[in-house]
Design a protein around this ligand. Structure first.
Ligand code: PLP
Length: 394
């Protein structure tokens, strides 16, 4: 496999002006990866600040109720800032510091990655600016203020559809114009090499811990590992240390929104085609002219028109399976999990829970499933209420 490629996918499809930045980033990352000092410093941030290792929680009631495989949940929702995003934000912010950068920039959709980047910047004493689609700054005003509290400047992006894909474009443009003191903290396993590999490595702490934890608890590997897929970072982190375990099925859950037979979904693998966008060759939702199609999901974190190149590769080789989960299925799983286990999941994670709920009864009681609980659901409570026709402000 050539550098930065996953089979035919990945690569660096970027303007000339970014080439030097990516070359020096790759060199710095390769050096940091082998540097015991860097690894120890990041390990300390992850444990003392972010709260790792995260628990592997056995959902006893849910398992008994479904009457099949035992269900375990990797509790990324318990991390500081409430999701897996902090694993990557701390990794890249620390790397930026080692590279002598004084400023980081980031894109954000709903604001989860923006908040994680702003948090890491506050902790490590870096300037931070976040680019967010205007549409999203209005929908997620609370996260905008949260980032401002953390000392970050938020830019409202008014180009295109004024959402995540436009925020990525704008952050790339900003980076190309100011490489000397600035690092771009990309939020998922996407974009040009080395981002998909680097972000996956920072997130792979999830499966490194989970693999050990399940062997400790059950003395055997899980039959299935399940995670939701937006750009694909929590899934890539959850899958990584199980990829060589051929007997472990890997399942990614993408957003079917209002249904695969409508135009309102973000089901890249089910409905998309190979293309080049955001610096990578991968699979994207496109129209018949190859333009990136608008996407929709009730969950802002899954509302991205593409998927990381390693997932496109795993899909092409059959190593991982990808299924699509509708808004309705995800909301039902959100309510079910809250009621059954006393844990309100992120609506993104609820897509994975919905699939686990379908799958568990088809497996035997001596098999295990691990689900990545990528985040907590406090941020989603108002949207779920609205979906169910309740207006909380009245
Ligand atoms: C951002 C986010 C996701 C989707 O991003 P991936 O890169 O696919 O992991 C999923 N869950 C939560 C809680 C998120 O904040």
């Amino acid at each position: 496999m050539s550098k930065g490629r996953f089979g035919d996918f990945g690569g660096q499809y970027i303007p000339e002006t970014l080439m030097n930045a990516l070359i020096s980033l790759e060199a710095a990352y390769n050096k940091a990866k082998e540097d015991a000092g860097f690894r120890a410093e990041l390990g300390a941030l992850l444990s003392e600040y972010a709260g790792r290792p995260s628990r592997l929680y056995f959902a006893k009631k849910m398992s008994a109720g479904l009457g099949g495989a035992k269900l375990y949940f990797k509790r990324e929702d318990l991390n500081h800032t409430g999701s897996h995003k902090i694993n990557n934000a701390l990794g890249q912010a620390l790397l930026a510091k080692k590279m002598g950068k004084t400023r980081i920039i980031a894109e954000t959709g709903a604001g989860q990655h923006g908040v994680a980047a702003a948090t890491a910047a506050a902790l490590l004493g870096l300037d931070c600016e976040v680019f967010m689609g205007k549409e999203d700054t209005e929908r997620q005003a609370l996260n905008v203020y949260r980032m401002e509290l953390l000392g970050t400047k938020v830019h409202s992006v008014t180009s295109g559809t004024q959402t995540l894909k436009d925020a990525v474009n704008e952050t790339m443009r900003e980076w190309a114009g100011r490489i000397a003191d600035t690092h771009y903290v990309l939020g998922s396993v996407m974009g040009p090499h080395p981002f998909p590999t680097m972000v996956r490595d920072f997130q792979s702490v999830i499966s490194m811990e989970a693999r050990e934890q399940i062997l400790q608890a059950e003395g055997r590997l899980p039959a299935v590992v399940i995670a939701c897929v937006g750009g694909g970072s929590n899934a890539a982190g959850m899958f990584h240390h199980f990829v060589e375990d051929k007997e472990v099925r890997l399942v990614g859950c993408e957003a079917a929104g209002r249904g695969l037979d409508t135009a309102e979904h973000a089901a890249t693998i089910s409905k998309g085609e190979t293309g080049v966008f955001h610096g990578m060759k991968s699979i994207f939702c496109q129209n018949s002219e190859g333009q990136i199609a608008p996407v929709y999901s009730i969950s802002a974190g899954l509302d991205y028109p593409g998927i990381g190149p390693e997932h496109a590769f795993w899909h092409s080789t059959g190593r991982a399976e990808y299924v699509a989960v509708t808004d309705e299925e995800a909301v039902s799983a959100f309510e079910y999990f809250s009621r059954t286990e006393g844990i309100i999941p992120a609506v993104e994670s609820a897509h994975a829970i919905a699939h686990a709920k379908k799958l568990a009864p088809t497996l035997s009681k001596d098999q295990n499933i691990i689900v990545c609980l990528s985040g907590r659901g406090d941020k989603d409570v108002a949207a779920i209420a609205r979906y169910r026709g309740k207006n909380l402000s009245e």
